[in-house]
Design a protein around this ligand. Structure first.
Ligand code: FAD
Ligand code: UDP
Length: 374
């Protein structure tokens, strides 16, 4: 009898397995239907010997010292600040939009104050920003919206920005300074030996048993456990009782090139050309030295592995119905990006898993207090 069956060996499942085993001495069976641990953060060496991310580029960043400290128990870090170029008007320009982006596109020589004035001139006043279109045009106006956001978003989500919550495009700021970093969080770094190694260290505990290639449904009749932590898609758990919750998928096309460098930066976004959204060259992220280089193209898809929850009001409404079912399911805890239908980054999932652990520990303390009192 295991104390916990944990479904999914990504960040949500692995953090909880680690905490429950090491801090509460619980026995854990951690299963994943994929042939590996790490969930979407899984990385491995390809045939050329280059470290690549199987499910697209994963760049770690967090503002939380607690989350960074927690993960630092399982990995050393390589400092890395992510930068992105966008291919617009036949130029490669910094993205998020900053002072250099505006000057490169318009042939101007604006100062930060002049870019601020420019944005103020072109921005459309919108009182309550509800959609991703609102979020962008209210900051940088319609022309920059159309150059950088409209078509990328339509490709990525199969929806117009006017059909998506403001929170989606608001992940990307517009800047009136020269900062060309994609993120501004205090902690920005990549696991020195990769994500998979970090997960291996997390799960290396005598109370944790890992079963890959295992769908939890196939072992339900064979293993006994007291509680379950579920990190897969919430609609699948309930056999799609209320219909399918939309998740956006991607197809990845990997290439290895017989040259040291393929493109001038880690990621190049293609808002307006091609069926793919972006190309990532992994060696920039990992710092690996190698005479060849591997890249990945991302082609958004409606069907396939569920990667992104789709933030828009009707989906939030459908999710609320599934959440009510989840809340009413005893001894099963739903955690992570798919199980709570949230467009979370890795650090947010770690934070959510640590909060769930705190809650589980407190409720056990409460129940043991009750037992003693009784
Ligand atoms: P997952 O990693 O999806 O893990 C869930 C696991 O459950 C999966 O391995 C799945 O196989 C398993 N599972 C599902 N159903 C079953 C079942 N029935 N039985 C057994 N196992 C099951 N975040 C960042 O912070 N920075 C980035 O740069 C970044 N880039 C990203 C790029 C892409 C293309 C994508 C898709 C995501 C990116 N993310 C990034 C987000 C990041 O991947 C997630 O926040 C994080 O991996 C979510 O962890 P999780 O454990 O919730 O889910
Ligand atoms: N986006 C865009 N153009 C870009 C980059 C991003 O329109 O060049 C929008 C798009 O809707 C995207 C969202 O901003 O889905 C969030 O971008 P982010 O880079 O955070 O996406 P992720 O890395 O999670 O795929």
């Amino acid at each position: 009898m295991f104390d916990y069956l944990i479904v999914g060996a990504g960040f949500a499942g692995s953090v909880l397995a680690e905490r429950l085993a090491s801090q509460m001495n619980k026995s854990v069976l951690l299963c994943d239907k994929r042939p590996h641990i790490g969930g979407n953060a899984y990385d491995y060496y390809d045939d050329a010997g280059i470290l690549i991310h199987k499910y697209g580029p994963h760049i770690f960043h967090t503002a939380s010292p607690r989350i960074f400290r927690y993960l630092s128990q399982f990995t050393q870090w390589r400092p890395y600040e992510h930068r992105v170029l966008a291919s617009v008007d036949n130029k490669l320009v910094p993205f998020p939009i900053n002072v250099d982006t505006v000057n490169a596109l318009y042939g101007t020589n604006y100062s930060p104050a002049e870019v601020e004035a420019f944005f103020a001139r072109v921005a459309e006043p919108i009182k309550h920003c509800k959609t991703s279109e609102d979020a962008v045009v209210s900051k940088v106006g319609r022309e920059l919206y159309e150059k950088f956001f409209r078509n990328y978003t339509r490709k990525q989500w199969g929806l117009d920005p006017s059909e998506l919550d403001a929170s989606v495009a608001s992940r990307v700021p517009a800047r009136t300074n020269y900062d060309s970093r994609y993120f501004t969080d205090e902690f920005q770094a990549m696991p020195l030996h990769g994500y998979t190694r970090m997960f291996e260290n997390m799960l290396d505990h005598k109370k944790i048993r890992v079963l890959t290639n295992t769908d939890y449904r196939d072992i339900l009749g064979e293993v006994s456990f007291k509680e379950m932590i579920y990190t897969g898609p919430v609609d699948a758990f309930f056999d799609f009782r209320y219909g399918k919750l939309p998740y956006r998928s991607l197809e990845f096309k990997f290439e290895t090139h017989d040259k040291e460098v393929f493109q001038p930066g880690a990621v190049v976004n293609y808002p307006n050309e091609h069926a793919y959204t972006r190309i990532t060259e992994f060696k920039y992220l990992t710092g690996q030295q190698h005479p060849k280089t591997s890249v990945v193209y991302e082609f958004p898809q409606a069907e396939g592995d569920p990667y992104y929850p789709v933030p828009r009001p009707e989906n939030a409404e459908l999710y609320r119905r599934y959440k009510a079912l989840a809340d009413a399911t005893p001894n099963v805890h739903f955690v992570g990006r798919l199980a709570t239908y949230r467009y979370y980054n890795m650090d947010q999932v770690v934070g959510q898993a640590l909060a769930t652990f705190d809650h589980l520990r407190e409720s056990q303390l409460d129940s043991s207090t009750v037992t003693v009192a009784a």
